[in-house]
Design a protein around this ligand. Structure first.
Ligand SMILES: CC(C)(COP(=O)(O)OP(=O)(O)OC[C@H]1O[C@@H](n2cnc3c(N)ncnc32)[C@H](O)[C@@H]1OP(=O)(O)O)[C@@H](O)C(=O)NCCC(=O)NCCS
Length: 177
């Protein structure tokens, strides 16, 4: 039986995602308690992977609009001289999770590619949007590096450290055109 990648819908089963390590509990509770409401309100849009004809969510990815402060990019040489703004428009990859039973099969990678495709085809032609950014948990930094994300810096919120990472979408577009 095949898989289907589509928008989160009100009838989807969001309670059975298994992520193993308790450090990922916030990703489970986001899907269970917040994803549908935020999706309906256009505050964060979520796409889900389900088996064809089924509704149990096996993986999901959530995005929203954001901006990146220019000083964060200085050392990466992505900001052109004479073209400096305080902030740059970006999409944030806010949540990403793949059920433990399906990890390391390329699904997380395909979800990120799906979002990059959505942005390059349906967002960038119509509005300013230069970067895809993510605040990565330490456990996921290697995954995002493998996808071409570059680290900017580490921030500490409460007792959890995250690494902010980005992809320059102009370079992605240049590579595919
Ligand atoms: C991170 C996560 C989304 C990756 O999804 P996945 O479907 O297992 O990843 P993929 O199979 O697409 O992996 C693509 C590449 O990323 C790298 N990668 C994936 N998981 C990795 C890990 N745990 N450690 C190191 N590298 C990893 C590998 O290079 C892999 O390439 P390979 O297939 O040649 O080995 C998934 O492991 C997950 O849900 N983790 C828990 C939640 C989480 O950390 N979410 C991100 C929040 S910031």
């Amino acid at each position: 039986m095949g898989f289907e990648l589509r928008e989160l819908s009100a009838a989807d089963g969001c309670n059975a995602l298994s992520l193993g390590d308790p450090v990922f509990s916030p990703l489970k509770s986001f899907l269970r308690k917040e994803a549908k409401k935020l999706h309906q309100e256009h505050l964060a849009r979520t796409y889900v992977l389900v088996r064809q004809g089924e509704t149990k969510v096996l993986a999901y990815i959530t995005t929203l609009c954001t901006h990146m402060a220019v000083e964060q990019f200085d050392k990466h040489d992505v900001v052109l001289d004479g073209f400096r703004y305080k902030d740059y428009p970006a999409i944030k990859l806010a949540r990403l999770a793949v059920d433990s039973s399906l990890k390391r099969q390329g699904i997380g990678s395909q979800l990120v590619d799906f979002i990059i495709g959505l942005i390059t085809e349906h967002v960038m032609p119509h509005t300013g949007c230069r970067f895809l950014v993510v605040d990565s948990k330490p456990e996921s930094v290697n995954f995002y590096s493998a996808k071409g994300f570059l680290p900017i810096g580490i921030s500490n919120e409460g007792d959890s450290a995250t690494t902010t990472m980005f992809i320059d979408l102009k370079r992605v577009l240049a590579a595919v055109n």
